[in-house]
Write a protein that binds this ligand. Sequence first.
Ligand code: FES
Length: 314
Amino acid sequence: MTWVEMKTRGLREEAQGILAVELCMADASPLPFRWEPGAHVDVQTGSGVVRQYSLTNLADEGCLRLAIKHADDSRGGSRWLHQQLRVGDRLKVSAPRNLFPLQPGVGPVLLVAAGIGVTPLLAMYQQCRAQQRPVQLLYFSRSAAHSAFIEQFQGDPAVSVVTGLAAAEVGAYLDQHLPAWQADSQLYTCGPGGFMASVQHLAAERGWPSQALFQEHFQAPVASGSQQAELVLARSGKTVTVNAGESLVDAAQRVGVTISTSCGMGMCGACMTGVVSGEIEHRDQYLSDAERVSGKWIMPCVSGCTAGRLELDA
Ligand code: FES
């Protein structure tokens, strides 16, 4: 991965527990890349971990804007950014990648966000407005104080910010307000897994075809392989049993073989490892379709194997 050194030009408490970060090139030159809404960047935090954050703005602005939630269970990434980052500090940032692109078209777009899931949808919202494409944003948030970008949404009839609902009430609200599918409409959702599953389920009930539904996961897959497997580590000649739900990285570590990781979420590419033999259960968001089909590579922080034995070049 190629890293670009960027400078922190602005920091603001966007909402309770959400830090807005503006980044520009460290040497004040124009950005060396562009992106489309839905893209994210990898950020090397001062704590040594790499985290992925959606870009909340459009490329024409000439800077990167992120909105970073302080994760309660932070392993150092968001906590470091919230507590240590200062205006003027430099950060290493990857070129943007997009696993959640806004699809081309002119039909209406419905954006349904919960919590920090609003970040990629904000960029999509701005793009639709700029292109005069019909768009509506429905944004669920814990409270007004926890709601990001609230000033910019104020008085906008295309945006509904719904605060203070318990999970069951969110389901009931969606049940009442989610519209039936119309030709050429697209629905994008981002938020916790259960929330997105509920949006997808209700949308399907209202006739939305699966090709019109798009979602982005912010969290790592819960487990690695779904069943026990034998892991052979070719370089060291060691073999270890991988327990159901255990990652290949953790299993290898138990017999003293360290596979380098960074995000631990199947997104950054740091743990990419060659496969000698075995059928892979890919669960990452990093490998291309061609790389998956080749059967030569695996992201062992999240992926596993479908058959009982996997041999890695590690
Ligand atoms: S550690 Fe980032 S993809 Fe595995």
